[in-house]
Design a binder for this molecule. Structure first.
Ligand SMILES: NC(=O)c1ccc[n+]([C@@H]2O[C@H](COP(=O)([O-])OP(=O)(O)OC[C@H]3O[C@@H](n4cnc5c(N)ncnc54)[C@H](O)[C@@H]3O)[C@@H](O)[C@H]2O)c1
Length: 325
């Protein structure tokens, strides 16, 4: 009996059955038969519940061909590892090919076969590279189910002093590259009735000193998500976005001119600005992306899911002073 229960692999269920049978056995031999009968009935209920509990997100992502731009580090890496555990087939498109290849190796350790993951060197601000990502995906896997528009950069300066090259690099990657790689993906997503998950930010809506142009790019992503969701709904293609709080990744590397001590202090200072008292973990962002990409979100489109410990609820007042060390 207990062996049967462990087949469900759920420690809670296993413990429930264990404590139930232990209690009944104390009463004595005479109740053994009804015990077995009762346990059998309980196991049937557990069997039904276990089916519901364990795997809805996991099951619906299995074998889903998924492109993750910027899959070689940070949130993209964590999302790749989670999708690998769920059995998705992955294309990791990154400017940094050694990062993408290292993540591909980790994905194989997480359960993917050699053939299930492809690392593609691509600077997605470049038109030919965007085409290469989609072409290599289709020639290897024959389809595309999920596009995760994750690659993005942060550059921070007061709006009054933002130089035009900073403006251009932010807009080129965070907005323009995303629009044009999505255009290439759309015919394949229509064919698969797939979906798109974009990475926006809390600063898509809430103003924060020093993040002006970055915030403008994420506000553009927010409008991109909603408009595309409307245009794609008739084709059964969903489009959603995740808005993380401050996630301590390489994203902030340049913020303090390479001074890691100041960077650490800055990040510590960010903890208290998230009402739950800490920064989000990359796994928590990946979970939200997986949910939106899965059939669990089958009637959700044009939506923004915050993963910020409640920070956006504080509104524009959450950081009325510039971020300084
Ligand atoms: N980290 C945060 O606090 C935070 C908060 C909100 C939103 N986001 C968004 O999440 C996304 C991922 O951020 P992250 O924290 O994982 O960043 P990260 O810097 O850790 O990783 C970004 C990845 O994108 C790749 N990349 C950069 N430019 C590229 C290009 N032109 N073409 C292809 N790949 C490129 C990098 O090589 C890297 O592997 C970004 O869109 C970012 O705006 C991050």
């Amino acid at each position: 009996m207990l062996g049967e229960a462990t087949d469900y692999g759920h420690p809670l269920i296993h413990n429930q059955v264990l404590s139930y049978t232990t209690k009944r056995h104390v009463i004595g031999q005479d109740v053994l038969e009804p015990t077995c009968w009762c346990v059998h009935s309980i196991l049937q209920v557990i069997r039904q519940r276990a089916g519901r509990l364990e795997t809805p997100v996991m099951e619906s992502l299995q074998n889903k061909v998924t492109i993750i731009t910027g899959g070689g580090a940070g949130i993209g890496r964590e999302t790749a590892l989670l999708f690998a555990k769920y059995g998705a087939k992955l294309v990791l498109a990154d400017l940094n090919i050694s990062g993408a290849e290292a993540v591909a190796v980790e994905c194989k350790k997480a359960g993917l076969s050699e053939d299930d993951v492809l690392a593609v060197e691509a600077n997605i601000t470049n038109e030919d590279d965007r085409k290469k990502v989609i072409d290599e995906c289709i020639s290897k896997f024959g389809r595309l189910d999920v596009l995760i528009n994750n690659a993005g950069i942060g550059r921070f300066a007061p709006l009054s002093q933002t130089p035009s090259d900073m403006y251009d690099s932010l807009m080129d990657l965070n907005v323009k590259a995303q629009l044009y790689i999505t255009q290439l993906a759309v015919p394949h997503l229509k064919a698969s009735k797939g979906n798109i998950v974009n990475l926006a930010s809390i600063v898509a809506e809430e103003a924060m000193p020093y993040t002006g142009v970055y915030g403008m790019t994420k506000a553009a992503v927010a409008m991109f998500t909603k408009t595309l969701a409307l245009e794609m709904a008739q084709f059964g293609v969903r489009v959603n976005e995740v808005r993380p709080g401050v996630v301590f990744t390489n994203f902030y590397d340049g913020m303090t001119g390479g001074n890691t001590e100041i960077l650490q202090k800055t990040m510590m200072g960010e903890n208290s600005k998230h009402p739950m008292g800490r920064l989000p973990k990359t796994e928590e962002i990946a979970n939200a992306i997986a949910f939106l990409a899965s059939d669990m979100a089958s009637f959700t489109t044009g939506n923004a899911l915050y993963v910020d410990g409640g920070r956006h609820c504080v509104g524009a007042g959450f950081a009325s002073r510039p971020m300084t060390a």
